[in-house]
Design a protein around this ligand. Structure first.
Ligand code: ADP
Length: 540
């Protein structure tokens, strides 16, 4: 017997329609790439999305067509998200920090018919265009007055939008249909496309808003620092209209001073970004002696949030850190670190240790850890193994079947090694390819990095395994000192004593001026292994 409830498909257009109807005067504020601040409302955004949808139709864009974006977090990018998915086309966000060859590969692999770009990326677009023959037009996301000189025959975003009426009804779309596309960064091999659906996007947006997830509400002012060009800014452009939160888009200026200015002027209550971004912000805040006036919570994820950073935010500035974990293949949210009621009475030190974990699994994501044979390991917070996930917003196959079937018995292998406990708290001990295998035991590079950055003279740290004749591998610590700091190898190694097991203490330290990062801000360990993999350890 079928239930007798309406069969309303979960469509992305419902989000912007709802925000327009019931939060129509709520603001969306943007720091423009061209300079200055732009301010309008959900109603305006909805109207312009419909104009853009009509403009796309006039360009011949049909449902299932892929359209690329190379763009910052702005109101125009937001309009594009809704216009493209709204008509059944696929919004393909491209990470401009990838190498041009990778971007060319991605644009061609996705068969993008148009690419929308911010002015910052014109030189990149001019480089790409000759190699992207399938692209019928490049759209500069600006107005007529700011249209640049170019060897290409560019389209102008504002002219496109303003040249069309807002008269249209969003079509009803099969909820399983593709809505957006994002390629993984692919530190090895070609990037692979993760193709989100209307249904997966809406369910993820609901999940993200839950009180023990990001706890978003109509009283929040949300500033996503995490880019809309990678994993849909962790879904915030969908979750914010779902609850009617005010949105603040930082555009191209992601330095501490610019962010702080927006936090204060727009009364931001919630933000989200990777640890490196917060490093810049905290340096600024400390050096200027300023405080957060309204910021209550900040989501930190993408790579492990150093415990020292959590303490600074919470103890020094009264800002709650929501340590979160996920991946492109998971839309991205999998866990968020919030307490259960019984943790509230725990001693401070134990609570802090719990908070350093990547978080607690949210409804919608099922999770288990397995050993090398694929057998499930206990959820006791001690055993660690390969982390597997499944659920309605988790990828089952890459775009065009790239890389074959990624699933194992219906579960997606995350490539992370983790512990899991009965409450659903998960802690990443490492990427499976980054664990250091020493004398048959595993050493967590993340734990060692976290310990190193707790030293006041350490700005950033990475740990890799280096070949050792007796132990197979031993840890090597690679450090960027704080400006002006002079901490020595010996002092740093002494700092580990009592903080980690004795046999975990790195065998050597190398000081460098900077560490390499991937296009999404993670430490690029493949490069570090290339550069330092043959480092001669003392005594070998
Ligand atoms: P990319 O496309 O660059 O791989 P993803 O965002 O998909 O970017 O990366 C996912 C991976 O990032 C996870 O599998 C995990 O290893 C790492 N990661 C994400 N969040 C955290 C976190 N809070 N702590 C530790 N690692 C994290």
């Amino acid at each position: 017997m079928q239930g007798l409830m309406m069969n309303a498909p979960l469509n992305i257009s419902a989000l912007i329609r709802h925000a327009d109807r019931f939060h129509g005067d709520t603001e969306i504020v943007t720091r423009l790439v061209e300079g200055g601040i732009h301010r309008y409302t959900y109603s305006d955004a909805h109207r312009r999305s419909r104009q853009l949808a009509n403009a796309l139709a006039s360009l011949g864009v049909k449902s299932t067509d892929r359209i690329g974006t190379l763009a910052w977090n702005t109101h125009r990018h937001f309009e594009i998200y809704f216009a493209m998915s709204g008509i059944g086309a696929v919004c393909h966000t491209i990470n401009p920090r990838l190498f041009p060859e990778q971007i060319t590969y991605i644009v061609n692999h996705a068969d993008d018919s148009y690419v929308f770009f911010d002015l910052t990326f014109l030189p990149l677009v001019e480089k790409l265009a000759p190699h992207c023959r399938g692209v019928k037009g490049w759209v500069a996301m600006t107005d007529k007055a700011h249209m640049p000189e170019s060897s290409l025959d560019l389209l102008c975003y504002e002219q496109l939008v303003n040249g069309h009426s807002d008269h249209m009804e969003w079509p009803e779309i099969d909820e399983g249909a593709a809505s957006s596309l994002c390629y993984t960064s692919g530190t090895t091999g070609n990037p692979k496309g993760v193709l989100y659906s209307h249904r997966s996007t809406l369910l993820h947006a609901f999940g993200a808003c839950l009180p023990d997830a990001l706890g978003l509400s109509a009283r929040d002012v949300v500033l996503p620092v995490v880019p809309m060009f990678h994993v849909n800014a962790w879904g915030l452009p969908y979750s914010a209209p779902l609850v009617g939160a005010k949105l603040v888009f930082p555009g191209a200026q992601l330095d501490g001073a610019s962010l702080m200015e927006l936090f204060e002027s727009e009364k931001v209550t919630l933000s989200a970004g990777v640890p490196t971004i917060w490093l810049g912000l905290l340096n600024h805040v400390k050096s200027q002696g300023v405080r957060f006036g309204t910021l209550k919570r900040t989501v930190i994820g993408g790579s492990a949030c150093p415990p020292a950073m959590i303490r600074t935010f919470e103890d020094d500035y009264g800002v709650q850190v929501l340590h979160a974990w996920g991946m492109t293949e998971m839309s991205p949210l999998g866990t968020v670190n919030t307490f259960k009621s019984r943790h509230l009475d725990w001693p401070e030190a134990e609570r802090q240790a719990l908070q350093n974990k990547q978080g607690r699994v949210i409804f919608g994501v099922d999770m288990k850890i397995v050993d090398d044979e694929g057998l499930e390991l206990p959820r006791d917070g001690q055993a660690y193994g390969d982390l597997m996930v499944r659920g309605p917003w988790i990828c089952r196959e890459y775009f065009k079947g790239e890389g074959g079937d990624p699933l194992r018995d219906g579960w997606f292998p995350t490539g992370d090694v983790a512990t899991l406990d009965q409450d659903g708290f998960m802690q990443i001990t490492d990427r499976s390819k980054d664990v250091i295998k020493s004398g048959g035991e595993w050493i967590s590079s993340i734990d060692l990095e976290n310990t190193a950055v707790a030293h006041p003279d350490v700005h950033e740290a990475a740990v890799i395994g280096v070949a050792h004749p007796k132990w197979d591998e031993r840890p090597l610590l690679i450090v960027v000192r704080e400006p002006g700091a002079t901490v020595t190898r010996e002092a740093l190694l002494a700092f580990f004593e009592g903080r980690v097991a004795k046999w975990w203490i790195p065998d050597d330290v190398v000081f460098v001026d900077a560490l390499p990062h991937t296009a999404t801000g993670k430490l690029l360990k493949t490069k570090l292994r290339e550069d330092f993999g043959r480092h001669k350890l003392p005594g070998t």
